[in-house]
Design a protein around this ligand. Structure first.
Ligand code: NAI
Length: 330
């Protein structure tokens, strides 16, 4: 897709962080934008921004895990601006915890928003876009975690990436392009999702989701994350170029080579030995450079694993508490 002016965009999670950046950039490109988001505080702030600008942006409160909510949101969006030409699914959450401490609700929430939420959006919009017969573009904000794995978050993002590749092949016949963006850190508000966006009935967690953890992540995102507007510009360029994987940092290709090599090594006995040996070696300057580039877009990062441990990021709720079945089943 190369022309945006006068067309319609529908953006989930568009009231904060990466999605808010996308809503701004595509609105400024002349699009009519529908923002669908679950948080009243985010919607209030973002709608004020667009009202002040006199932009054509319509807000809908939607929980992407709610199937009926999706149908209502799509009906409303179509009655306000028409069927979207551009669908961007960016709503996402993270619980920053170790996978072995997960409760059923940790999976229900993270996979529910990050994977099923995207699937429901596709189930809702794809037939309507096909019926509208104008082609278009569907993009999703995935994450580098889709390649690094780890945790409920990484699992949900790997799933989304596979899903998007499936739709990429399937929708060519209808003139609908598909892409997946792979950011690392973003200067956003994802840190407070675990306390403020998580629904009451899914609150049972095995993770140390304290305000201190949220604050620690916030400081990392704010000081080292990419600016959401800049990220949205890179997404727009990827959409214009028609690439499937939108990699918003310079060393993207190199990182994928490393990841694929790791997968190849996992599959042989010698490869497994080699991986163990590599884990003992200190990081090379090149590896450090790549890590900094992907994690923060900023080489002067100062946080490290030690600091994370002190605060308890990525730790279970209480030492070994999570092994109790009663803590998982509530
Ligand atoms: P954010 O928290 O600032 O924005 C996410 C938006 O999604 C919020 O407005 C939130 O209200 C909304 N949302 C959450 N749950 C929802 C639900 N159930 N239904 C509808 N809307 C919902 O966070 P950020 O960082 O801008 O996240 C955007 C996307 O970027 C997510 O998919 C995230 O996984 C991804 N991402 C974030 C990274 C980061 O470092 N912050 C890194 C890589 C990817």
């Amino acid at each position: 897709m190369k022309d945006f002016a006068g067309k319609v965009a529908f953006i989930t999670g568009g009231a904060s962080g990466a999605g808010f950046g996308q809503a701004q950039i595509f609105s400024e490109a002349g699009m009519k934008v529908v923002v669908a988001d679950v948080r009243d505080d985010h919607i209030e702030k973002a709608s004020k921004h667009f009202k002040d600008k006199g932009a054509q942006v319509h807000f809908i409160k939607l929980d992407v895990m709610d199937k009926e909510g999706w149908v209502k949101a799509a009906d409303e969006a179509e009655s306000v601006f028409g069927t979207p030409d551009l669908l961007i699914q960016t709503a996402g959450v993270n619980n920053f915890g170790p996978i072995e401490a997960s409760t059923y609700e940790d999976f229900d929430w993270v996979v529910g928003v990050n994977f099923l939420g995207v699937a429901y959006g596709l189930i809702t919009w794809v037939p309507r876009m096909i019926k509208a017969g104008r082609g278009g573009h569907i993009s999703t904000t995935v994450s580098l975690a889709a390649f690094t794995g780890g945790g409920t978050y990484g699992a949900s993002k790997s799933g989304v990436l596979a899903l998007m590749e499936g739709y990429y092949s399937a929708l060519k016949a209808y003139g609908i392009e598909v892409s997946a963006m792979i950011p690392a850190n973003i200067n956003s508000n994802i840190n407070d999702a675990m306390t403020k966006s998580r629904p009451e009935h899914l609150k049972n967690t095995g993770f140390n989701a304290t305000p201190e953890v949220g604050e620690f992540m916030y400081n990392i995102m704010q000081s080292h994350g990419i600016d959401p507007r800049e990220l949205a510009l890179r997404m727009k360029k990827g959409i214009e170029d028609g690439v499937f994987l939108i990699v918003p940092y310079p060393s993207g290709a190199k990182i994928f080579e490393e990841r694929h090599e790791r997968w190849a090594l996992y599959s042989t006995v010698d490869g497994m030995k080699e991986l163990e040996e590599r884990a003992k070696r200190p990081q090379t300057e090149e590896q450090k450079r790549l890590e900094f580039e992907t994690e923060g877009y900023n080489r002067s990062m100062s946080f490290n694993a030690g600091a994370r441990n002190e605060v308890g990021v990525g730790m279970a709720l209480k030492d070994r508490d999570w092994v109790l079945e009663s803590k998982r089943l509530k």
